[in-house]
Design a protein around this ligand. Sequence first.
Ligand code: GUN
Length: 282
Amino acid sequence: MSAIRIDGKGLAARLKAQVRAEAESMRRKPGLAVILVGEDPASRVYVTSKRRDCEECGFYSEEYALPAASAQKELLDLVAKLNGREDIDGILVQLPLPRGLDEREVLLAIDPGKDVDCFHPYNVGQLTIGTPVFQPCTPGGVMEMLREYGIDPAEKRCVVLGRSNIVGKPMALLLLHANGTVAVCHSKTPDLEELAASADILVSAVGRTGLVTADMVKEGAVVIDVAMNRNMEGKLCGDVCFEEVSQKASYITPVPGGVGPMTRAMLMKNTLAAAKLHQRIR
Ligand code: GUN
C-alpha cells in the first residue's frame, strides 16, 4: 500500500490566506524584521522566501543584511532598535550566525513579545510548561499538519530523530503536550533503528540523506521528514528514503512541499499573533 502524501504546500497556502484575511482587518499592518548576517546561500534563500511570504500576507517587512565580520555590538544595537519600534511586531535573526558571534546573547536580546521564532529562553520556558505565547515554527507546522489529517498523537508512540533547539526538543514537547509518548534519539542513542521502527509517529530532523530506510519504519506509521538536504545530484531531499518508506507508511511528508512551507506559514501566524498582542497593549 502506498502512503497518503501530506500536502504541506497546500495547507500552508490556506493558512497564509487566513492570516492575510485577519491582517487586513487590523488597524496597522503586522511588521516583521529579518536580520541576515553573512552570505550563507541557504540562509539567503530562506530570507528571500520570508520577504515573499510577508508580501503575500499583506505584512510590512524589513530586511537587514549585515556583513559576516559584523561586531556583536552592532547586531545587539540593531536588535535593541527594533525592540523599540512600534511598527515592528516580530524580529527574526536568521541562524546559524557566522563564527565569532554569540548566538545565545543575541537571542536573549530579542524582546520575548517579538520573538516570533520562539527561541528566547522565556518563550522556551513557556513552551516547556505548556503555556506558549508563540508556537516554534517548524514543530508547530508539523502539529498543524497532523491536526489537518486527523492524526492524534494521544496514545501513540512518537519518536523524534534529532535533538536540536530549533526542531528536535520543541517537537518532542509539542507531541508530549498532545499526549504522545515521546522518545528523542540522537547521535549517542543505541538502538536508534529499533526505536524508530517502534514509532507510530516518526519525525526525522537530522539532516542526513538516506537516514530513514523502510526497515526503520513500522507498517502504517506516520512519517514526517523535517530535513532539507541536497543529494549527490544537488536535488533537494529529506532524511527519509521516500519511495521505499511510502510503501510502508500510512502518511508521509514529501521534501520539498511538506514541512518547509508550513514552517514559513507558522512564522506568518506568529507575526500576526505578535501584532495582535502589541495592538492590544499599545
Ligand atoms: N535557521 C534554520 N531554521 C531557522 C528558523 O526557523 N529560524 C531562524 N531564525 N533561523 C533558522
